[in-house]
Design a protein around this ligand. Structure first.
Ligand code: SF4
Length: 63
């Protein structure tokens, strides 16, 4: 399973997107105009956990 973002916690600072070696994550505006991380290319995720470690809010998990 690719990584998952808890959008209730995510503040869209982009640390995960920057850290991901495979460019899996994009930062996009949600319907409220808030920035959120989006697992845009889940098929490319190798479940390395780098994004999980990069997020200071612990908004990303791997199953
Ligand atoms: S687990 Fe690794 S490959 Fe998957 S989104 Fe996170 S940093 Fe990228």
């Amino acid at each position: 399973m690719p990584s998952k973002v808890d959008t209730n916690i995510c503040e869209g600072i982009g640390a995960c997107a920057e850290a991901c070696p495979l460019d899996v994550i994009d930062i996009e505006e949600d319907e409220n105009g808030d920035l959120k991380s989006v697992i845009a290319r889940p098929d490319d995720c190798v479940e390395c956990g780098t994004c999980v470690d990069a997020c200071p809010a612990e908004a990303i998990t791997l199953d």
